[in-house]
Design a protein around this ligand. Structure first.
Ligand SMILES: [Zn+2]
Length: 498
């Protein structure tokens, strides 16, 4: 039998606010010592009262608007009750029936291997809740149960949940959807969305059904997936597992399964909870939210340009290729870096050279700078070479001080030391030699040391001139102005003929 895959994703995004969701503790919990940014509210002590973080509410509504959702006029918070040791109060403040954003969509390319192009994936809702504390388990060496420690730093950090409709039809489509959500929250500036740090996490609901059926099969939920690659692998594994179960005459059980990275399998964790297990009720310590339309209009107007629009503008305004524009808008930090370097660069450029200049800046960022950054897994936002620094370097190429190859050396030096281009050129004596007499000496030396090449040239082998020019570059440690060096080699060889 042929099966169709049905996937829905729940994506949890930690919001990049200064304080936590319901208290004034700093939300940047990862750099702090365990159990330090805490207070009675996020410790869940009796009698402590929560206060709503306005910025977190705005970030959630901005995300909803960017996802083409409608923002209801009325929303509220609810208590979701469950007894977990990482949940300090014994309940989580979340949103149940009246979330902050409803009914939007995301456009994806679609999975061509199942005949899909350009698909619209429904977003059911975007709601706001608080993150829980972090448990760490330490097994004891003798095979006993060991012990666990709780770090409350993460407790109360604003957490936004984006719930898709079950519209995804393959692991590839799930991957595309996740990638566009990731880009969207990053460009909006509402989250750092760093997957390694758990700022952006995903649970996947997956089921299969016979092709042509319009009822859903029993679904399982996969938890603990924290990279794009794991989501893809976990879904592929789970789809195949369900097919094997059904084909061997069994039934898929509704349950929560965990993805075990090392073994690349999903394993049963517990039977799935239903909404009624959580005994939701309206949070009595918080007022409901009346969301004025002028507030929504204001937020709509404040939305920054997102990756697809920015990419289109890079192609139209700067004449970049689709490929380059795609790479430059891969993260907001890269796009910002590019435009910052370019704007400094354009100050002393006329409009007709602006397009060349964009291509040149793009090449340096995507080429040598990216190579250096990748080598030590550094984000471009933390690059020791700033946009101003790169722009200064390119100015030294434009005015003839540096050849391209010398500029590459200077860039590496700038990256290593954080120094500025002109100072490095000065200090290391790296400026290009454009002085004829200095190069002539090197030409004479090259000609004297390579009689075979000279003879070849005189025999009509023009390539020998290139070889001698290479020797001149070697003698001058790459500093001779290349065109001038070639011309002087040719003159020197012509003199040999007579
Ligand atoms: Zn607190």
């Amino acid at each position: 039998m042929q099966y169709e895959t049905v996937i829905g994703l729940e994506v949890h995004v930690q919001l990049d606010t200064r304080s936590k969701m319901f208290c004034a503790c700093p939300a940047d919990y990862q750099t702090a010592d365990p159990n330090t940014p805490t207070c009675p509210v996020c410790l869940g002590l009796p009698g402590a009262l929560p206060v709503i973080n306005r910025r977190a509410v705005e970030f959630t509504m901005m995300t909803g608007l960017a996802l083409n959702c409608s923002i209801p006029e009325y929303a509220k918070f609810d208590r979701k009750n469950y007894p977990y040791p990482d949940l300090m109060k014994g309940y989580q403040i979340s949103q149940y029936d009246l979330p902050l954003a409803l009914d939007g969509y995301v456009e994806i390319d679609g999975d061509p291997s199942i005949g899909h192009t350009q698909r619209r994936i429904g977003v059911e809702r975007v709601h706001l809740e608080e993150d829980v504390a972090k448990m760490q388990h330490f097994p004891d060496g003798d095979g006993g149960e060991g012990y666990s420690l709780v770090d409350v730093n993460r407790s109360g950090v604003p957490l936004m949940e984006i719930v898709s409709k079950p519209d995804l039809r393959s692991p590839e489509e799930a991957h595309q959807y996740l990638t566009s959500l990731h880009s969207l929250v990053q460009f909006l500036g509402v989250s750092t969305a760093n997957m390694q740090d758990g700022n952006f996490r995903c649970d996947a609901n997956v089921s299969i059904r016979p092709v042509g059926s319009d009822t859903f099969g029993t679904r399982t939920e996969i938890k603990n997936v924290n990279s794009f690659r794991s989501v893809f692998q976990a879904l592929e594994f789970e789809v195949e597992r369900q097919q094997r179960v059904v084909e061997s005459g069994g039934q898929v059980v509704q349950e929560t399964r965990g993805w075990v990275e090392e073994r690349e399998v999903t394993v049963s964790q517990r039977s799935k909870e239903y909404a009624h297990d959580y005994r939701y009720f309206p949070e009595p310590d918080l007022p409901p939210l009346n969301i004025g339309r002028d507030w929504v209009t204001q937020l709509q107007a404040s939305l920054p340009e997102l990756a697809p629009q920015r990419k289109a503008r890079f192609i139209a305004d700067y004449g970049l290729s689709e490929y380059d524009a795609d790479l430059l808008t891969n993260t907001r930090a890269t796009a910002d870096y590019f435009e910052a370097a370019l704007s400094i660069r354009d100050v002393d450029r006329s409009p007709d050279t602006a397009l060349d200049s964009a291509k040149e800046v793009a090449n340096w960022i995507l080429g040598d700078l990216s190579r250096l950054l990748n080598q030590d897994h550094r984000d471009i936002a933390a690059s020791p070479v700033t946009p101003t620094g790169l722009s200064d370097l390119l100015r030294l190429i434009a005015d003839g001080t540096l050849s391209i190859s010398l500029a590459k050396t200077v860039l590496e030096e700038m990256y290593a030391s954080g120094g500025d281009a002109a100072a490095i050129v000065e200090e290391k004596g790296l400026a290009q030699i454009s002085d004829t007499s200095a190069i002539e000496a090197a030409v004479a030396e090259a000609i004297a040391a390579n009689p075979k090449a000279v003879a070849d040239y005189l025999d009509g082998k023009e390539n020998a001139a290139r070889f001698l020019m290479g020797q001149v570059m070697r003698i001058t440690k790459g500093q001779a102005q290349p065109d001038l060096a070639l011309r002087l080699v040719q003159e020197g060889l012509a003199a040999q003929k007579n």
